[in-house]
Design a protein around this ligand. Structure first.
Ligand SMILES: Cc1cc2nc3c(=O)[nH]c(=O)nc-3n(C[C@H](O)[C@H](O)[C@H](O)COP(=O)(O)OP(=O)(O)OC[C@H]3O[C@@H](n4cnc5c(N)ncnc54)[C@H](O)[C@@H]3O)c2cc1C
Length: 277
């Protein structure tokens, strides 16, 4: 959290302290519209709060497919006043905190800093292990074995910062347990295809690597527009231009980015996760 924000004391919440609150303010600004910030902002708006969401970049929920982002933005914008594309500045304004971002400002009772979550390695004394640590105190771990060098130490889940997602943490717990077992070891276990889901409405997901990491000369992109699809309308409860962009590559089939109305579509993506690994 930027140092000057601390002057606002307990009126600056984090994605940990938010869940300790016994009541909610009337107006809240959410700074950081990644997957966690966007889903919390929308949820709070649907609980009846006046919510603004700011981000330094013109992005939402980690979406890197411009078509999916274009479809998703007005949907979340119907609940949350979006200020995307400029660093948010905080200033006192009477009893409120004035949050100035792209396209104006918003007076909030409370600000949620949905930024900068980092692995909690405090107290583990990793500096005593004799392995190099980077400037954030993070050791280098083998992504296949999750092992620190040749030590009998493994870092799994959010602690290693690689894939801070629930299902990935579960997989990593399994990998670390197998590698640490007396009959374990070796080169490590094959990772499943990366999958991330933001539990917004509609849900947003990526299966496989981000679009930006793919070789655009080797892929073709297809789009499915759900805006006139009756079940999508029924599922989301309003006219919803949901988009999915399957991508075919010479190496297989990837459906990497989707804003989808209901879990039945996830069954397709989940299946792809297993078959494309
Ligand atoms: C607001 C929010 C929303 C999220 N939404 C999603 C989502 O929609 N989808 C998704 O996939 N993921 C989501 N995540 C991420 C997901 O919750 C984490 O990736 C997942 O919980 C990581 O599991 P973990 O076991 O690595 O860590 P944790 O669940 O944090 O568990 C770590 C445990 O270790 C204990 N511990 C810590 N230090 C020590 C120590 N020194 N000694 C002993 N015990 C210790 C802690 O008390 C804790 O019980 C969200 C996270 C947040 C905060």
């Amino acid at each position: 959290m930027p140092g000057p924000w601390r002057a606002f004391g307990d009126r600056i919440l984090t994605t940990d302290t938010l869940f300790e609150q016994t009541d909610l303010p009337r107006r809240i600004a959410v700074i950081g519209m990644g997957a966690i910030g966007a889903e919390i902002a929308q949820a709070l708006a649907r609980l009846g709060l006046e919510v603004a969401g700011s981000d330094a970049v013109e992005g939402l929920s980690g979406i890197d497919d411009p078509q999916v982002l274009a479809a998703f933005r007005p949907l979340i914008g119907a609940d949350v006043a979006l200020h995307l594309g400029a660093q948010a500045e905080l200033a006192a304004a009477g009893d409120a905190i004035r949050v100035t971002g792209a396209d104006g400002s918003f007076d909030a009772d409370v600000v949620l800093a949905a930024i900068g979550r980092k692995p909690n390695l405090d107290g583990l004394m990793l500096d005593t292990l004799g392995v190099p640590l980077d400037d954030k105190g993070m050791p280098d771990i083998d992504p296949a074995t999750l092992r620190l060098g040749d030590l009998p130490v493994f870092l799994a889940g959010d602690a290693n910062g690689h894939r801070p997602l629930l299902h990935e943490a579960a997989d990593e717990g399994h990998i670390a347990e197998r590698m640490a077992a007396p009959d374990g070891g070796g080169a490590g276990l094959c990772r499943r295809t990366p999958l991330s889901i933001a539990v917004a409405s509609p849900q947003v997901a990526r299966v496989g690597p981000p679009l930006s990491a793919l070789d655009h000369a080797a892929i073709v992109t297809g789009t499915v527009d759900f805006s006139k699809q009756a079940r999508a309308h029924g599922a989301v409860g309003r006219g919803c231009p949901c988009v999915s962009t399957p991508i075919a590559t010479t190496g297989g089939f990837w459906p990497p980015n989707c804003a989808c109305p209901r879990p039945n579509i996830w069954r397709t993506c989940w299946l792809s996760r297993w078959t494309s690994a």
